[in-house]
Design a protein around this ligand. Structure first.
Ligand code: NDP
Length: 434
């Protein structure tokens, strides 16, 4: 902590992983001896840069850009870019650190990285977003490459932002390098199924977990926080599997629709019109809108899928979910539950799927996008979706097996951390002290 003062989110992520690894060190002291933990928790490279741009009024604005190139022992750095006013070095480092283990779990050859900016796309015109992203990419282009570091989207970075960044990279470099970013539009090298991958993957993982306990999504009541990329496709897949999805949110508040959320409305409001979720009730007067996004966890449900942001479920919210007899919680967002909230779930018999495993489908399909770009091929939606389902099943099975092998059956937080760690640690040992 003294080397990274004030980086609370980063401390939280490191603490969770290192605590999980205790049983591993008992049987594998070689990981302790070779400085693996010290090296893992120090990014190979942490890039921070100025992003100047001109707003529509002609004023110069300055934001801060980041890229954490955390660990490249099993492949090029891979991880999204987040544009949100809360972005700082701690947030980027926690996300980059988590990404190392998540990417390892996917079984794909990708290292861990993450980046972003404290730029707030909300309320900005298209032209402002374009000028900002072009300035951001002007610096970032010095550090990325299809065999070096391949960014993607995250909060605040969707198809529009990826398109502008891809265009700027191409202009700067003067060649067509499709594999430089993932999450691209289908016309210029994107993969079918990438848009849906994180949300669908979240539900595929939870379906496996429920199946193991003789349960499933059918006829269950589901609450999904957020109304962005992960949330929308988690809601869609859960509904396809027969669940009744009754609530979702944005950063201002949440909607409750006892008849089931109408996804066409949410998708149009959030993906096309970029409006607030509160507008949903204008078209669906039977639904309710409540101000305050974290109160969504007061809604009774069988399955809760937090798909908005970090630390959105604290201990108090977890206790409310348990009091309302939640059966399963799956983390579609990164680190949405505090460490105390996770304790509440695990101590009360709630099936708990941790982010690293549950939401790994997005980056897994990003790796499939990279593979297609390298081969100059495009797979069908069904090919990609079938591979995604297999990947999510494998992640679930590997996490369960690691948890059992190291003496904590059913603890998927430990299982996912251990399974993700072992491959990276072995690669680091084989590559020497670098
Ligand atoms: P989007 O920007 O598409 O959507 C984010 C959603 O969460 C929006 O509804 C947003 O509301 C809400 N939100 C954002 N910040 C806050 C906040 N501080 N408090 C409450 N609500 C908030 O992002 P994604 O769906 O891509 O990402 C959601 C989560 O999933 C993140 O944790 C991300 O890291 C993680 N993730 C994403 C992957 C991907 O493929 N996209 C892959 C793996 C993980 P509003 O509209 O008001 O901003």
């Amino acid at each position: 902590k003294h080397r990274n003062p004030h980086e609370t989110e980063f401390h939280q992520a490191v603490k969770e992983i290192f605590e999980s690894l205790v049983p591993v060190f008992a049987t594998h002291p070689e990981y302790m001896k070779n400085g693996i933990l010290e090296r893992l928790s120090e990014p190979e490279r942490m890039i921070s840069f100025r992003v100047p741009w001109v707003d529509d009024q002609g004023n110069v604005q300055v934001n801060r850009g980041f890229r954490a190139q955390f660990n490249s022992s099993i492949g090029p750095y891979k991880g999204g870019l987040r544009f949100h006013p809360s972005v700082n070095a701690s947030i980027i480092k926690f996300l980059g650190f988590e990404q190392i283990f998540k990417n390892s779990l996917t079984g794909q050859p990708i290292g861990g990285g993450k980046g972003g900016s404290d730029f707030d796309p909300k309320g900005k015109s298209d032209a402002e977003v374009m000028r900002f992203t072009q300035s951001f990419m002007t610096e970032l282009s010095n550090h990325i490459g299809s065999d070096i570091d391949v960014p993607a989207g995250d909060i605040g970075v969707g198809p529009r932002e990826i398109g502008y960044m891809f265009g700027q990279y191409k202009r700067l470099r003067g060649g067509y390098e499709a594999g430089i970013l993932t999450g691209k539009g289908l016309e210029y090298g994107g993969s079918l199924g990438r848009t849906e991958a994180t949300g669908y993957g979240t539900v595929y993982f939870m379906e496996e977990m429920l199946k193991d306990k003789g349960q499933n999504f059918k006829d269950s009541t589901v609450v999904v926080s957020g109304s962005g990329n992960v949330s929308i496709y988690a809601m869609e897949k859960a509904a396809q599997l027969g669940a009744n999805v009754v609530a979702c949110s944005d950063s201002n508040g949440y909607i409750y629709d006892k008849n089931g959320i109408n996804l066409d409305t949410v998708r149009r409001l959030k993906e096309v019109e970029r409006k607030r979720i509160s507008e949903y009730v204008e078209e669906h007067p039977e639904a309710e809108y409540h101000e305050g996004c974290t109160d969504i966890w007061f809604t009774p449900c069988d399955i809760a899928l937090p798909c908005a942001t970090q630390n959105e479920i604290d201990e108090a919210a977890a206790k409310i979910l348990v009091a309302n007899e939640v059966k399963a919680v799956g983390e579609g967002a990164n680190m949405p539950s505090t460490l105390k909230a996770i304790d509440v779930f695990q101590n009360n018999g709630v099936l708990f799927g941790p982010a690293k495993a549950v939401n790994a489908g997005g980056v897994a399909v990003s790796a499939l996008e990279m593979a297609q770009n390298s081969m100059r091929l495009s797979w069908t939606f069904n090919e990609v979706d079938t591979k995604l389902q297999d990947i999510m099943k494998n992640i679930y099975r590997n996490s369960v097996d690691a948890a059992e092998k190291y003496g904590h059956p059913d603890n998927l937080v430990m299982g996912a951390n251990i399974a993700g760690f072992l491959k990276v640690a072995d690669a680091m040992l084989e590559q020497g002290v670098i």
